[in-house]
Design a protein around this ligand. Sequence first.
Ligand SMILES: CC(C)(COP(=O)(O)OP(=O)(O)OC[C@H]1O[C@@H](n2cnc3c(N)ncnc32)[C@H](O)[C@@H]1OP(=O)(O)O)[C@@H](O)C(=O)NCCC(=O)NCCS
Length: 190
Amino acid sequence: MGNGEKGEKEKLLMGDGKIMEIIIKECCSDDMKTLQEISIETFNDTFKDQNKPENMIAYLEKAFNLKQLEKELSQQHSSFYFLYRNNEIAGYLKVNTNEAQSEEMGNDSLEIERIYIRTKFQKQGLGKHLLNKAIELATESNKKQIWLGVWEKNENAIAFYKKMKFIQTGAHSFYMGDDKQTDFIMMKSL
Ligand SMILES: CC(C)(COP(=O)(O)OP(=O)(O)OC[C@H]1O[C@@H](n2cnc3c(N)ncnc32)[C@H](O)[C@@H]1OP(=O)(O)O)[C@@H](O)C(=O)NCCC(=O)NCCS
């Protein structure tokens, strides 16, 4: 996957004393194929063990086909970001505001619709870094809260959000193929 030659470079000090170089770069239409690859890889790695293959295939085809991603990339109130670690894509973020949010939360809210760190890069502080980027975007545009939907069975992500001081405020339904699932709505005031 390509280089993060644009975007702001930051250096993060790791627990083991090593320094890693981080860049967060907003995606554009040229990134569509890469976005598709990373979306499919991370979704598969996260959910394949707890879902039927036919439901996974149905969802992957619906959510991550190029036409759908092109539509989402061109939506005025949605943005995607790649996070590069030492020039390799380590994860990505999708945020929505206004009517692009998947629930009617109003114009004071920002939704984190997707936040994914590739398996080999997890538990190194990068998810927190990407989440802080979402908080920065929200505060820059004077939002009052940040929220997301997370599958009730995604214990890892729920623990991460709780650590980041999100609290559960509700739930909504989500279809993975023909499987009706429950997502917890979690929120953090800014
Ligand atoms: C959830 C996810 C984004 C977290 O990113 P990460 O890079 O692994 O997490 P970080 O290393 O930045 O952790 C940040 C903090 O959360 C804590 N944390 C992370 N995962 C945790 C877990 N499973 N249980 C408890 N605490 C956890 C870390 O200990 C760390 O705490 P600290 O700040 O006190 O050191 C990442 O694991 C991921 O992409 N998972 C798969 C995709 C997914 O489920 N996405 C969410 C869909 S809704």
